[in-house]
Design a protein around this ligand. Structure first.
Ligand SMILES: NC(=O)c1ccc[n+]([C@@H]2O[C@H](COP(=O)([O-])OP(=O)(O)OC[C@H]3O[C@@H](n4cnc5c(N)ncnc54)[C@H](O)[C@@H]3O)[C@@H](O)[C@H]2O)c1
Length: 214
């Protein structure tokens, strides 16, 4: 399937993981093909929204047939870059860093987490599953020597920019940042901030919104 030369909007990009997940569930349930209408109903989108989204990448469906679920999921996985592996490290081996390291799913999906880093001498030298925690001083050398592409930040917000700078100086091109801070990145580096608290506060807004009955 050929990619269009049109720049894809971030709104579409942000929906792609959801397509990927829903299609994965359909495959698990033995569904082999699906119409845009059916897929839209499942995902809470209109059929025309689905067609528009997928047309950004050349369109995948066939008139009167719908989408081949397996092919579409594979193709969306390729568009998302999930057909390759990524060498990753976590900086900050506290509660969150350890929880991420303990999640098997990322490794299965091609995120090869090989090391964690921390400043705390009580943590340095320990392992979380088979992943060793190193001294933060070794981060730069490790990133360079192990061709690390993706850095995961799980340190307090005050430390996050410094950690990101070391990552970028040593060639990391993608940062998954869990610290609640606006980390500045260089032009050729991409960052995704995960704002867990903001999501929670949105929930409390909805709980307290006067028009809503819960
Ligand atoms: N735990 C959660 O559910 C959660 C939710 C939302 C956001 N966050 C954010 O994620 C980050 C980590 O949270 P946590 O609960 O794991 O905290 P934590 O205190 O358990 O862990 C932070 C770890 O970072 C290490 N650290 C501090 N400075 C460092 C540095 N310069 N280099 C390397 N390591 C350093 C500490 O020694 C500690 O082990 C915080 O910014 C927090 O606000 C956490």
């Amino acid at each position: 399937m050929q990619k269009n030369s049109v720049k894809v909007s971030m709104a579409v990009v942000r929906r792609l993981p959801k397509y990927y997940r829903y299609l994965g569930d359909l495959i698990q349930n033995g569904v082999m093909r699906i119409s845009s209408k059916e897929l839209g109903k499942l995902m809470g989108l209109t059929a025309s929204q689905i067609r528009q989204d997928l047309n950004c990448f050349g369109g995948f469906g066939q008139q009167g047939y719908g989408y081949n679920v397996e092919e579409l999921q594979k193709e969306i996985g390729r568009i998302l870059g999930l057909n390759q592996t990524y060498n990753c490290v976590i900086v900050g081996a506290g509660n969150l860093g350890q929880a991420i390291a303990n999640y098997e799913g990322f490794r299965r999906e091609g995120f090869a987490l090989s090391a964690m880093f921390d400043v705390n001498p009580r943590l340095i030298g320990n392992t979380i599953r088979d992943i060793k925690i190193y001294d933060i001083q070794d981060l730069g050398t490790y990133v360079l020597e192990n061709d690390i592409q993706l850095g995961i930040i799980c340190v307090p917000k005050e430390q996050s920019q410094g950690v990101a700078d070391t990552m970028m100086e040593n060639g990391i091109k993608a940062i998954w940042n869990f610290a609640p801070a606006d980390v500045q990145v260089r032009d050729n580096v991409v960052i995704e901030n995960v704002a867990i608290s903001e999501s929670l506060y949105t929930l409390t807004y909805l709980m307290n919104e006067p028009q809503l009955e819960i």
